[in-house]
Ligand binder design. Structure first.
Ligand SMILES: NC(=O)N[C@@H](CC(=O)O)C(=O)O
Ligand SMILES: [Zn+2]
Ligand SMILES: [Zn+2]
Length: 443
């Protein structure tokens, strides 16, 4: 297959030859031999996004999301690799629960990784020898699933993971710094007042200090504050920011209500802007969604009873591309590429992915950045059926390819002559564990 005359994120126009599962050649005026040609003039080609933080809810909560629905949402959003978190039922804390989840992951149309969790009952010696993507998110405070742990268990877990060369990701909030005065309120903003910015900064500080003591590096999940990002980056650790912390603030809670409850919570608009600056200037390593679907019925409860979390895997790249269209945002297409593909591949050592280069997996996304469309929860593919970004401008993929197979084609991007083809199409494909047989760590 030859993708002809695509515009790469850095603006160069190139032909990209795909053979089997890989990119074999990137160049100009490549000759099409006996192969399928995709004309991409005027379109941009991105490496598929690696979303290092999703919650696909299986086993345990298939009414919220399944590996099939979640991975289709990913594919329709240009995400070609997802990393699932351990707060399922059962939690992914030992060999059996890992194996059970890996069987569900066989339903995924995109490639995947599975993280291992830490609780008082975890079995590190078995878990850390499975084909884990990373240990984490290690919950330093309770979130969905109530997997918050004590400080000394975190130190033990860090040591065990480091001994086994397994990366560690951390949910950093410290409940000692939550503001219990907020409990007297019942408006949606009370959640943000309760789970303070200081609670995140203190937890990041402590986690980084423990990591340094053990000569380890950790990755801080979903940092929502400039303090969290700066402390981690000065300590030589890596961070991710979610699309909701990048684009939404406490101002939006009057409209979102309890649907805007998540951990860590939305922050003040001024803080959001500072976070955005750190995403633009490269202090933040990657964007990851923390895709945490709950149904409308579940979210429609009091602020103290609603579950925490918002969906995001299908809208993240489309939102970032819409941001990059606007020169005033400061976010360039190259930076979007780094935040979504190159850096997650680097940080987690996924050598075969993250770039449009000969030898890499052919994980590719074609987009037309000359037009935007509005996000609508109804047309998204997650089981939860809603989005905190209703009505936002976005650039959705025309198609998404995973290891050389087109797994998704957008209905209205298909051949206009074929009037029956207005529905989005998903093609059969079996995603693979990116820590699979060729993983160096397990050789
Ligand atoms: N972020 C959230 O608010 N919720 C996540 C858990 C988590 O990432 O902390 C979930 O699994 O629902
Ligand atoms: Zn978390
Ligand atoms: Zn999470």
């Amino acid at each position: 297959m030859l993708i002809r005359n695509a515009t790469l994120p850095d603006g160069r126009q190139r032909d990209v030859r795909v053979r089997g599962e890989s990119i074999v050649e990137v160049g100009r005026d490549l000759d099409a031999s006996d192969e399928h040609v995709i004309e991409a003039t005027g379109k941009r080609l991105f490496p598929g996004m690696i979303d290092a933080h999703v919650h696909f809810r299986q086993p345990g909560y298939p009414h919220k999301e399944t590996w099939e629905s979640g991975s289709r949402a990913a594919a329709a959003g240009g995400v070609t690799t997802v990393v699932d978190q351990p707060n399922t039922d059962p939690p992914t804390i030992d060999g059996e629960s890992f194996d059970e989840k890996a069987e569900f992951a066989a339903d995924s149309v995109v490639d995947w990784g599975i993280n291992g969790g830490v609780t008082a009952d975890w079995i590190p010696n078995v878990l850390l020898r499975r084909r884990l993507f990373a240990l984490g998110e290690v919950f330093l405070a309770d979130s969905t699933g109530d997997m918050g742990i004590e400080a000394d268990l975190f130190a033990d877990a860090l040591e065990a993971a480091t001994d086994n060369d397994v990366p560690v990701t951390v949910h950093a909030e410290d409940a000692d710094y939550f503001n219990s005065d907020a409990k007297a309120r019942d408006d949606a903003d009370a959640w943000s007042a309760f789970r303070t910015a200081k609670a995140e900064a203190k937890a990041v500080e402590r986690a980084c200090a423990v990591a340094k003591e053990h000569d380890a590096t950790i990755h801080i999940a979903h940092t929502s504050t400039l303090e969290g990002v700066d402390i981690a980056s000065e300590a030589g650790m890596t961070t991710e920011v979610t699309p909701h912390h990048l684009l939404l603030s406490r101002r939006d809670l009057s409209e979102l209500g309890t649907f805007g409850r998540m951990n860590p919570p939305l922050r003040r608009e001024k803080r959001r802007q500072k976070l955005y600056e750190r995403v633009v200037d490269g202090t933040v390593d990657m964007i990851a969604t923390d895709h945490a679907p709950h149904t409308r019925e579940e979210k429609d409860a009091s602020i103290w009873d609603a579950p925490s979390g918002v969906p995001g895997v299908e809208t993240v790249l489309p939102l970032l591309l819409a941001e990059a269209r606007d020169p005033d945002s400061g976010l360039t297409y190259e930076r979007v590429r780094d935040l979504t593909a190159r850096n997650p591949a680097d940080v987690f050592g996924i050598q075969q992915k993250g770039a449009i280069e000969a030898g890499k997996d052919a994980d590719l996304v074609l987009v037309d950045t000359t037009e935007t469309s509005e996000i609508s929860g109804e047309t998204l593919h997650s089981k939860c059926g809603w989005t905190p970004f209703e009505g936002y401008d976005a650039v959705f993929p025309e198609w998404t390819m995973v290891r050389g197979t087109v797994v998704y084609e957008r209905g209205d991007a298909l051949d206009a002559a074929d009037t029956t083809a207005q529905e989005d199409v998903f093609y059969d494909h079996q995603g693979e564990n990116v820590r699979g047989a060729d993983s160096e760590r397990l050789e």
